[in-house]
Design a protein around this ligand. Sequence first.
Ligand code: SF4
Length: 344
Amino acid sequence: MATIGQSPPPWKLVSPEDWNDWRWQLRHRLHGAEALFSFLEERGIHANTSALSEAISRYRFSAVPYYLSLVNWADPDDPVRRQCIPDSRERVDVLDLSADPFKEVASRQTPGVVHRFSDRVLLLATTDCAVYCRHCTRKNTLDEALCAAGPRFDAAIDYIEGRTEVREVLISGGDPLLLPTPQLDALLGRLLAIPHVEVLRIGTRVPVVLPMRVNVELVAMLRRHRPLWINTQFNHPRELTQTALAACSSLTEAGIPVSNQSVLLKGINDRVSVMRELCAELQRNLIRPYYVFQCDPIRGISHFRTEPSVGGALERELRAGLGGLCLPRFVADVPGAPGKTPLT
Ligand code: SF4
């Protein structure tokens, strides 16, 4: 299970028991503009408060202490900081970028169910996240009314029961591993009880941003619902802490494969040395480097997007030095395309 790490400064007065309690982490999330400004001020960082307030009024902001503790505050371009702290550039509306280019909202047959490919559905189970990633592909569409939370689970299950061509359900959100364990247990059980549903997949950043959530109780529950695959998203080697790796290894030891789907982020992981270290470390820890996604053409994240040629060049350079099991596929989701498009 996830290793017990010491609470770092400025949380050094927090007991290790609290620090390693995922509920404590969630209760102490940094949330909203005022809390962020005080937090930055304590670190001697003077923010453009009106620009950041505007960004936060458009896009949710929360971050748990664990993930914030990984930031090097002396570096304004720190790769962890850029993923979790709002940026004034989020307000820039680039004309050809849309809030929902993949028409996920229009493709929801029932609240929380997106059925774009015949054999699989996407089930959006919550809008809650331990950290609202600044590059999130759903940052414009995280809406309670559009997800299958609470009483709407019944309608989502009914829809999937009625579609016998569906053999795989990808549960995402928000972050499904933030659901209370009994609620997630019931959801997974109901899905696997549908005769034509063969495989479950969970998309989650919990192993990266809140690895203490992967505790004994959660792993024991998840292993009862195999075949179950976990897809997570490490974007930089700095996120591969002992606690994060222990969380992943407790899943793989329970027979739950963990795959990684990075997002290619300008200034964060668009250099071959960073990507090579990330992929090698993932493979060494039995986490499959599966995909690297071109950052989606979504409003509010244009400052993270690289040219498509960057991903293609990175893949070619990595191929020269890494074996196949260590080499992710560099792809893009292109609006209107039937599947993933290789960047090479
Ligand atoms: S955890 Fe996932 S859904 Fe939540 S903000 Fe990050 S990328 Fe988006």
